[in-house]
Design a protein around this ligand. Structure first.
Ligand code: SAH
Ligand code: SF4
Length: 411
């Protein structure tokens, strides 16, 4: 939200009574409509004394025609448009860097927050698919992450803050808008076909904002995306998985990364709180809810391949036992190294034989394509491009320096 001097009518009675602030110059925040879900915007309009169907109209302008100027909303009366201009705005986070590569991949670095703020990254990856061209957007939900998985550079930054709804939806808005900037307003279309909540942060720990944002993604007055094409990825916040099952129907991906508790405690520390048995049970509840809706036919299991750590044949066997009663599709992710990472990427052969073991056991198991490390670096591990200024990052660097020192002294 930004601050701007607005008309007297928009400030509170309390502010008006303040002798130190002349009424005409009282600064108040404009309300950013970008992130509001439909129920929230309907309430906003009703509170303003307007009809609630206005919310749907405005949402269409914002999310389907990518309009940020109320003057362009031609089916809204001039009087209401003026009123909206005074107290509202439609504002995506500031883009500080963008990179559109020849292969179609697009990246944006956004500044969020006031002043210098923090940086978050969003990546769009196109891919040919049976059903046509897919454009999948990888969206961040937090700046940093508190969960500290040992192979993840976002975790190494520590947690800085949750993203707001406007900052989450702003990523989708900007990606769509980037294809339509030069297209006349009424001819604009939505270009992003799929969303994965696999950028920075643990989406289930920013629950309300992520839930409302996903509702906007599915809403026919906004992005109208199919529930199979919106995927939430979690490292396993079990109670929130159950909550999500009650609140919304979208696809679910689980960052498993280890097939037994001992190893998973080390790689994905939240496992100490919600061990595998609980996590798998939550996934089964997700699958079981209300019969077999199309988005809930399976859970996607993400498994990052760490050389010599979780890629032994025995681990594949443990996976088979662990997942035998869970309809799942397994996605093996070649580890993406980052500076000072304590792991290496499993060899291609190792990954292929791991895949073969799982496929032979009847699982659908794919290997994530890596089209160059810079592209893969997008999802979930953005520290290289994002200023890391937390204490944990400092501690991490110190630890690595110490280890290097020890190695050097040992010759
Ligand atoms: N916090 C959520 C979503 C963001 S992480 C989660 O953990 O699921 C998105 C995905 O990227 C996760 O599967 C995560 O484990 C993976 N990831 C993180 N660091 C990675 C790395 N260095 N190489 C490959 N994948 C990584
Ligand atoms: Fe957080 Fe996901 Fe990275 Fe783990 S893998 S630290 S949960 S962003």
């Amino acid at each position: 939200m930004s601050t701007e001097v607005v008309a007297v009518s928009a400030v509170s009675a309390e502010q008006l009574q303040s002798p130190s602030a002349p009424a005409q110059q009282i600064a108040v925040e404009k309300v950013n409509l970008l992130g509001m879900s439909r129920p929230q915007m309907e309430k906003f309009f009703e509170d303003m004394g307007e009809k609630k169907f206005r919310a749907g109209q405005v949402m269409k302008w914002i999310h389907q025609f990518f309009v940020t100027d109320f003057a362009q909303m031609t089916n809204i009366s001039g009087k209401l448009r003026e009123k909206l201009e005074k107290i509202c705005e439609i504002k995506a986070p500031e883009v500080v860097h963008k990179n559109y590569s020849k292969d179609g991949t697009r990246k944006w670095v956004f500044r969020v927050g006031d002043g210098e703020g923090s940086l978050v990254e969003t990546v769009l990856i196109p891919a040919e698919h049976r059903s046509g061209l897919r454009r999948t957007l990888c969206i961040s939900s937090q700046v940093g992450c508190a969960l500290d998985c040992s192979f993840c550079s976002t975790g190494k930054q520590g947690f800085q803050r949750d993203l707001s709804q406007a900052e989450i939806i702003g990523q989708l808005w900007m990606a769509n808008y980037s294809y339509m900037e030069d297209v006349p307003v009424l001819e604009r279309e939505r270009s992003v076909t799929n969303v994965v909540m696999m950028g920075m942060g643990e989406p289930l720990l920013n629950y309300d904002a992520v839930l409302n944002s996903m509702r906007t993604m599915l809403d026919d007055f906004a992005y109208g995306m199919s529930k199979r094409r919106v995927t939430l990825s979690t490292s396993g916040v079990v109670p929130k998985i159950d909550q999500m099952v009650k609140d919304i129907d979208v696809a679910l991906a689980i960052s498993l990364h280890a097939p037994n508790d001992e190893l998973r405690n080390e790689l994905v520390p939240i496992n100490k709180k919600y061990p595998l048995e609980q996590l798998i049970a939550a996934c089964q509840r997700y699958i079981a809810k209300d019969g077999n809706e199309s988005s809930r036919k399976h859970v996607t299991i993400e498994y990052v391949m760490l050389d010599g750590v979780n890629d032994h044949p025995e681990h594949a066997q443990q996976m088979i036992r662990l997942l035998k009663n869970l309809p799942s599709k397994i996605n093996l992710i070649p580890f993406n190294p980052f500076p000072h990472a304590p792991y290496g990427r499993s060899s291609r052969n190792r990954i292929i034989s791991f895949q073969k073991t799982l496929s032979d056991a009847g699982f659908v198991c794919t290997i994530r394509q890596t089209r160059g490390d810079d592209i893969d670096a997008a999802c979930g591990q953005l520290v290289g491009q994002v200023a890391d200024r937390t204490r944990r990052a400092e501690q991490w660097k110190k630890k690595v320096a110490q280890q290097n020192e020890i190695l050097r002294s040992q010759g």
